[in-house]
Design a protein around this ligand. Sequence first.
Ligand SMILES: [Zn+2]
Length: 473
Amino acid sequence: MKITFWGAAREITGSMHLIELSDGFKILLDCGLYQGAKEELYVRNKSFPFDPCSINVVILSHAHADHAGNIPNLVKHGFKGKIISTPATFDLCAYILTDSANLNQNDAKKRRGRNTHAPLQALYSHQDVQLSLELFHTAYYNKWYSIHPNVKFMFTDAGHILGSASITLEITENGTKTRIGFTGDIGTETRLVLRDPVPMPQVDYLIAESTYGARTHSRKETPEDALYRIFKETCLERKAKLIIPAFSLDRTQAVIFAFEKLSRAGKLAHVPVYVDSPLATDLTQNVFTKYPDCFDEEVLAYFNNNNNPFEFDKLTYILTKEESKQLNKLEGPCVIISASGMGEGGRVVHHLKNTLSKPENTILIVGFCAENTLGHKILKKDPPYIEIFGDIVPILAHTEQIDAFSAHADQSELLRFIDTQDKTLLKKVFLVHGEYQEQLAFKDLLQKYNFNNVEIPEKGQVFEINTAEYGVG
Ligand SMILES: [Zn+2]
């Protein structure tokens, strides 16, 4: 059999790895969108380097767009096999792929409006999303499922976002069992709401993420303490507005729960908290509360006691555009949590425009902001102004960034996760989903810990796995 790395190879987005058995059966691990430079988005995501009709099964690690977002396009190009995910990933995909179809169509409209030479078609339609959802089959954590007479797989909880999974495949060829593991994205051990990552079964080959392969998260403060410090300075002491751009999936729910805990502790005074993102509201109210089995012990116990971890008396979910506009007119201190997380689109752009020029306010970034995004420019303050909707807005508000809410394991957590494998049985580690420099640093570290066979595959690189070589298992 062979593995080909078609995405998230020496970069972070576009996760997609193809496993091909000797009898031609093809398993695609993830089918993610490339999310880099805008000019390249359509072209890089549009076509596949293999025939989508030839894929038998897609197994998804989680619902993030860079792992699942190109599924409707695969279906549009003729894929008719099974898509397998956890039940929570399926529910999240229903919302996220629909939202992605909307964004795609708006982007295409804008390209048409500008009358540029860029392609005018949307990557996929709502109908493609609908057809994709009909192909989903769900599987639970910690159970083996058969997908071919010689192939079984098992999901284990990756603790990264709701429903996220590591995938272990057990493939029998020539009388030999070979296990190939794919970590998916691994969560942190200190995060709110979700359980910690669960070690994977022993494998022969491990495809491991390496997003923070060279970085260590600051652990000086817990997420609640960091949030409270900034909330207190902004809303209680300066009586001003705290704007938190946050991804609709995962980050928003973690921030809401941190505020819920502060509210329970009586620390919010009378300051209102608003969630202004229709997608985040849908995901919180319709999906998160449906999967308490993904919650960590603290949240599960609280939930089982008839409490909703995503509700408290000063919290309001904003639904209509009209209500969202009304927030601009609010006097006095308040917190607005709104998407998108990098400030690149969504309702948060209006809130940023409205608050950035007042020195008493704070913009708090709780996630990663890619270069050249609005969030990145605001943090950098160079130049000390920014153009939003054609207006020049000076950046006078306080700006803060905390990484306590990160959903990705840092270097030491990644190492601990991989180190749960017996390295004498592990034949090779493939590092994916990381910037190349970080991957090189992480490879060095793994080698210091006696993981001697570490590869950093290039896009399109093929690895033959000769099962006969290792004797009968
Ligand atoms: Zn992810």
